[in-house]
Ligand binder design. Structure first.
Ligand SMILES: [Zn+2]
Length: 720
């Protein structure tokens, strides 16, 4: 006998099931709904990149618990019986290098071969197990939703019921084994536990409607894990740091939305240090208040997740809090043409294209074409592209990068219309504990390379970080009387974008109590002009050190008698090596020849990578050969200029990097430097030249170029 259902009765039945599921909160809804799973599956059928992602997801689910058991030397995917400890303890006390885990219970120093067992070493491994279990749980729960195979749901349920059993027995502990306010239970920090809790909550959201959990098991998971852990991560009720609070808010939102707990949702989004407060307080023109890219991107993960979760419940934070989208725009504003960001403040030079997984989510939520600038460079291999991204990217969506000024955040990006010549100047607020004393500093990029560099940051634990990285002399700016600048905020005095040129003038604010510094930068497709005016403000004469750091090998172009020279032992000057000194009243000309450098990896921070999914390899091909680049710098003469050359440390290079310091003294000093790249190589002989006329205008001449740059009133450039 064939049973026939009418179309209407099927619809009615489906609708009742759907309504029933929703009524009792059984259908998934935290990051993805049932309808979303249908859509994603269809995309995987049509798009090879999505298919690969789905296959990887199912494989990860299939590998559990075998891969986990093998890695940790345990049986049947067991959860640890004690809470985890801080990853930073996992180092050999004798050599400082990371220990190597050998299952089931050895933590071996790679240098001495010694085994470290017991607290805290074993407990760091427990933390790794918690990370692995939470990731496996999400993968299993997603695999269940895509395949409807109960086995996956049962395995995910098993992880949750395991935690329901052990989590209540975990002791509250911080990284020092005490019960401090930032301690947690499954982890030693509220930060780490928040990352885990988001995944655990999502897993529960995905499988609670799968008929694999009894009502008492559900009750235990909801109360003894989700609510209990949310209370733990929220208990400090103050920001340990801004980015950590973003994670805590994300975890509270995950539990709140999963259990429809209004108090938690309110705390996470509208609370006194919730999502909206963070957006209003810690974002200036799209720049995150912690002042370094690592912290900005780390905060953007939970902020993005919170917006996603809220969107499923009808709260559109993308629209209501425009600073969220601004966080995605600001890196594009100051990005270098190769996708890297300038290494300003305590930051490396991270690759913005590696943040594509965040931009996938943001683009799908906002359809903001600027986001495509990042996404279109990737292979869409990240899991976020598959789970949340749009199916097809528009072909011509990405806008060309344009010259931009961020007046409050304090960055000016000057970009050539015709090639990749780029200058990013920095003059904004100090940046708190991670700021560098570098008002008016700039980086210069051309021919596929950053040529004028910022030293970035060395690991915080070693002396050079304190002695060099943040010092004024380590940057392409001016130091007065060999002193470090003070923490200060500079100001844009003028910003003009012409047809084929762009110019900015800014001051250094109160960087020095004894002098005022003003810098003007003009950029065309052929050259960059840097013009500085330094003025004593205390009636005394001062020494002005104009410093410039450029990759490669430096050679002074004129015959100057250079002799070894001793610089002071403070304010970073002690790290300038091979120092030579000369004196001239003529023009100063120097070349820097940069040979192609082997690409080096620069991590953005020391935080563990973790979004919805944690192990994200870099797919970018960075092996493209780079040409030899010759940068030519000529500076207008001044009576009795001192010239100091040598080499200086940089995190971005294993060997020291050449520098040029031009020192001028008096009640005032001015500097005018013309920078060209590969002009002489092209046979433009003798390249461009720089002069200054009686009206203080700059003249730039060469074959086919006679430019006059006016600084008197409004910045302007005239071609003749
Ligand atoms: Zn710096």
């Amino acid at each position: 006998m064939r049973i026939r259902f009418s179309y209407r009765s099927v619809c009615l039945l489906l609708f009742s099931l759907y309504a029933f599921g929703n009524l009792y909160g059984q259908a998934p809804s935290l990051f993805l709904s049932e309808a979303d799973f249908v859509t994603r599956l269809q995309i995987a059928q049509r798009q090879p990149w999505a298919k690969r992602s789905l296959e990887a997801l199912v494989k990860e689910a299939d590998d559990f618990p075998r891969a986990y058991d093998q890695r940790f030397g345990v049986n049947d995917g067991a959860a640890p019986l004690e809470g985890g400890q801080w990853l930073h303890w996992y180092a050999c006390p004798e050599s400082g290098r990371a220990l190597q885990f050998r299952p089931p219970d050895q933590n071996i120093c790679p240098d001495t071969g010694r085994n470290f067992s017991g607290y805290p070493y074993d407990h760091v491994v427990y933390q790794m197990r918690n990370d692995a279990l939470a990731e496996a749980a999400v993968a299993l729960a997603l695999a269940y939703r895509f395949t409807h195979k109960d086995d996956y749901a049962q395995k995910a349920a098993r992880i949750l019921t395991d935690y329901a059993r052990v989590y209540p027995t975990y002791a509250l502990h911080d990284i020092n084994g005490k019960t401090g306010p930032n301690g947690a239970k499954a982890y030693a920090q509220t930060l780490d536990e928040s990352l885990w809790l988001i995944k655990i909550a999502w897993t529960y959201d995905l499988i609670r409607g799968a008929n694999v959990l009894s009502s008492s098991e559900k009750h235990a998971i909801e109360n003894d894990v989700l609510r209990a852990s949310a209370a733990i991560v929220l208990k400090a009720h103050k920001e340990p740091t801004y980015n950590i609070q973003s994670w805590i808010n994300g975890a509270a939102a995950a539990v709140g939305f999963t259990l429809n707990d209004r108090t938690l949702i309110k705390e996470a989004i509208d609370g006194p240090i919730g999502f909206r407060y963070q957006m209003h307080r810690f974002v200036t023109e799209g720049f995150w208040a912690e002042g370094a890219w690592g912290y900005q991107f780390y905060a953007m993960r939970p902020l993005t997740m919170t917006a996603q979760m809220a969107a499923h419940k009808g709260i559109n934070l993308w629209k209501e809090e425009p600073n969220l989208v601004a966080l995605f725009h600001s890196p594009l504003g100051v990005m270098l043409p190769n996708g890297r960001l300038p290494a300003f403040n305590d930051s490396g030079s991270p690759d913005l294209y590696e943040q594509d997984y965040l931009y996938e989510v943001a683009y799908a939520a906002t359809s903001d074409a600027a986001m495509l600038n990042v996404i279109e460079h990737g292979a869409r291999s990240d899991r976020e592209a598959f789970l949340f991204g749009v199916e097809t990217l528009p072909r011509t969506g990405a806008a060309k990068l344009v010259s931009t000024v961020f007046r409050e955040a304090g960055y000016a990006a000057l970009r050539s219309r015709d090639n990749d010549l780029t200058v990013i100047m920095k003059f904004g607020p100090h940046g708190g504990a991670h700021g560098h004393y570098d008002k008016l500093n700039f980086v210069l990029y051309s021919h596929g390379q950053t040529l004028a560099i910022d030293p970035g940051t060395h690991p915080y634990g070693i002396p050079i970080h304190r002695e060099w990285d943040s010092m004024s002399i380590a940057h392409n700016t001016i130091s007065v009387d060999q002193q470090r600048q003070s923490a200060a905020t500079g100001k844009v005095l003028d910003w003009q974008v012409g047809d084929d040129w762009v110019a900015v003038r800014a001051d250094a604010g109160a960087a020095y109590a004894t002098a005022n510094l003003e810098r003007t930068v003009l950029l065309t497709s052929k050259y960059v002009l840097i013009a500085d005016d330094c003025q004593s403000s205390d009636g005394e004469s001062h020494t002005f050190d104009w410093a410039y750091h450029n990759t490669g090998v430096e050679s002074l172009a004129q015959s100057l008698t250079m002799t070894p020279f001793q610089l002071p032992g403070t304010n970073g000057y002690q790290h300038l090596s091979e120092t030579l000194h000369g004196q001239t009243s003529g023009a100063i000309t120097t070349h820097f020849i940069s040979t192609p450098q082997a690409p080096h990896s620069e991590s953005e921070s020391n935080s563990t990578p973790a979004t919805y999914y944690s192990s994200k390899p870099s797919f970018r091909d960075q092996t493209a050969p780079r040409e030899k680049v010759e940068l030519h710098l000529q500076m207008l003469p001044s009576v009795n200029s001192e010239v100091i050359t040598g080499r200086a440390p940089s995190r971005s290079s294993a060997s020291p990097i050449p520098f040029l310091i031009v020192r001028r003294s008096g009640m005032s000093a001015s500097f005018g430097a013309l920078i060209t790249v590969n002009e002489e190589k092209k046979g433009v002989s003798p390249g461009l030249t720089l002069e200054q006329n009686n009206s203080n205008e700059f003249l730039i001449r060469g074959s086919g170029v006679i430019d006059t740059f006016f600084r008197g009133g409004r910045l302007s450039l005239k071609h003749r």
